[in-house]
Design a protein around this ligand. Structure first.
Ligand SMILES: NC(=O)c1ccc[n+]([C@@H]2O[C@H](COP(=O)([O-])OP(=O)(O)OC[C@H]3O[C@@H](n4cnc5c(N)ncnc54)[C@H](O)[C@@H]3O)[C@@H](O)[C@H]2O)c1
Length: 388
């Protein structure tokens, strides 16, 4: 790789994390933000993080100094002129990204790769403002970037083979696990994970169980580290709702992705979750968490319904060639810590069983949301599985 200097635009949560990863991988990094306070905050945070790594014996004092010295800070785009790649991690607004990418291209060298860390916007659209659009690519890290191993690599229709190969090799060399995904809404993770939240909310809205019971069903039977409501409170209901709404809109209002009024109202009320002290749960000190109803029959029904919907979505991503079978499973285990890949899970549960759960839901509700994926139907009918 001849990329020695990496540019990162945006010194917020993601930009700072990406800059840290690149510096720890040995690159010189320039971190640019229009907001000087954001740059200062990022610099102070690096000091705290690196000192903690030294305390834990994961970094020597010399490495700390060396890594810190690799990162420079600037509020001018001109600082990107000698970079081999610039990764953008600013506000999630297409009109702002368009302006910024057009400006960036005027400053960087002809062969500099321009990447976006967008979670939900079209890479093709971001690249449309470039004179040399074959240099655009999506490089999607997960939060916190230094800790989460997964990175989705998203070539747009304009992206050249060279841009794709360089970008993938670069991120691989940073010790990350890369998966290749089509430039479609939500890429792999933010598409396939939607039913974990959406179906849990639907079950709650139908009055089948409360938040604590649904969470308990998914952690105790499914082995998920967090239940859907605990996780939504952790991510923030404002953020999680916005992603759902954007995926729903981008999929031309496919009912599979329909957002929930419960989450919308929680978000509107400022019940964002942990960060605001209240979400589905009350995080005020001294307030006890509600206890689940530990009825195993109800819990099994909840788990069966949510896992069937998740598996259906994973099948759809495979059916529509969004990614390979291996990458779809890797994405969910390494990007959102699922205990098992969903296609592997489908095999373990038996494709017949998953299909029959979906067919029951479809016949009960008559809603398009529950339609079983054609690939799942075909594989179940032909008695195929992924492992045999
Ligand atoms: N937060 C996440 O969990 C997460 C995960 C993956 C991807 N993303 C994506 O990463 C991007 C950044 O998200 P974030 O959570 O780090 O945001 P953030 O709000 O923490 O940080 C954004 C930073 O960009 C700066 N900025 C805004 N406009 C700018 C401009 N025109 N020029 C230079 N700097 C500018 C802001 O000052 C701010 O410091 C978004 O596209 C988001 O969708 C976020």
């Amino acid at each position: 790789m001849n990329i020695s200097k990496v540019g990162v635009l945006g010194a917020g949560t993601m930009g700072a994390g990406i800059a840290q990863v690149a510096a720890q991988a040995g690159h010189r990094v320039v971190l640019v933000d229009v907001n000087k306070d954001a740059l200062e905050k990022a610099q102070n945070n690096f000091q705290t993080i690196f000192s903690r790594l030294v305390e834990k014996g994961k970094m020597t004092n010399e490495q700390m100094i060396e890594t810190s010295n690799k990162i420079s800070y600037s509020s001018s785009f001109d600082s990107f002129s000698s970079c081999g790649i610039v990764i953008e991690a600013i506000i999630e607004k297409i009109e702002v990204k368009h302006v910024v990418f057009a400006q960036l291209e005027k400053i960087v060298s002809d062969d500099c790769i321009l990447a976006s860390n967008t979670s939900s916007l079209s890479i093709a659209s971001i690249g449309s403002v470039l004179k040399c659009p074959n240099r655009i690519i999506g490089i999607h890290f997960f939060n916190p970037a230094p800790l989460m191993p997964l990175v989705e690599i998203i070539p747009a229709v304009q992206t050249s083979e060279a841009t794709l190969n360089y970008s993938k090799a670069l991120i691989d060399s940073w010790g990350k696990i890369t998966v290749l995904t089509k430039d479609t809404p939500g890429f792999i993770v933010n598409r396939v994970a939607r039913p974990f939240y959406g179906e849990a909310l639907r079950i709650y809205e139908e009055g089948i169980a409360d938040f604590a019971t649904i969470d308990w069903a998914m952690t105790s039977i499914g082995g998920f580290k967090m239940g859907p409501f605990t996780l939504m409170d952790y991510i923030g209901n404002d953020i999680n709702y916005a992603v759902t709404e954007s995926v729903f809109t981008a999929f031309y209002y496919d009912p599979r992705f329909k957002p929930s009024f419960t989450q919308k109202r929680h978000s509107e009320a400022g019940f964002y979750g942990r960060k605001s002290g209240r979400g589905y749960y009350d995080y005020t000190e001294g307030v006890e968490m509600p206890k689940p109803n530990e009825d195993l029959i109800v819990a099994q029904q909840i788990f069966d319904r949510i896992i069937a919907m998740l598996i259906n979505e994973a099948f759809d991503a495979l059916f529509m060639n969004v990614a390979t079978r291996e990458d779809i499973d890797l994405a969910m285990t390494k990007g959102v810590n699922y205990p098992k890949g969903l296609l592997q899970w489908a095999d373990d549960l038996g494709l017949d069983n998953v299909l029959s759960k979906l067919e029951d839901l479809f016949s009960e509700y008559g809603e398009d949301r529950y339609r079983p994926n054609p690939l799942l139907k075909r594989m179940a009918r032909e008695k195929h599985s992924f492992t045999v």
